[in-house]
Design a protein around this ligand. Structure first.
Ligand SMILES: [Zn+2]
Length: 132
């Protein structure tokens, strides 16, 4: 039987399902914001700069590349390409469309993220590092 809960919602059962779902969603959002702030901190960009979907994808990829054990692991995630300049041996870049770039390096079994860049910042980084 449907009844009205204290919160004002109508439904069945002992507790209001709608409020439970909303609380779960709030918790998810909170965790998401926390993660997002962590990744922003890690990658060193302002929160407002990166669209949320890009940030989430960057976060996932960033975390998974920390588990890469050899250079071939970059092939596991579609989108990585090897940088070919002789001064950038062991560097890989992941393109998020035209605007964002995630750079990682691989050296003797150690894989680490180098940075998450806007397209412009990436080009600047690239021009500095290609020259060596
Ligand atoms: Zn409710």
């Amino acid at each position: 039987m449907r009844k009205t809960f204290e919160c004002g919602h109508k439904g069945k059962g002992k507790r209001c399902n709608r409020c439970i779902l909303e609380r779960n969603q709030e918790e998810k959002n909170r965790v998401f914001r926390e993660q997002r702030n962590n990744i922003y901190k890690t990658i060193g960009l302002n929160v407002g700069d990166i669209p949320e979907n890009i940030a989430m994808k960057a976060y996932d990829i960033w975390n998974s590349l920390l588990n890469f054990k050899n250079a071939d692991d970059f092939r596991k995630i579609k989108g990585w390409r090897k940088l070919t300049a002789s001064t950038l041996k062991g560097f890989f870049v992941f393109d998020f469309g035209k605007k964002w770039r995630l750079v990682a390096s691989y050296n003797h079994g150690l894989c680490k993220p180098v940075g998450f860049f806007s397209h412009q910042a990436y080009n600047l980084w690239l021009s500095k590092n290609v020259k060596g």
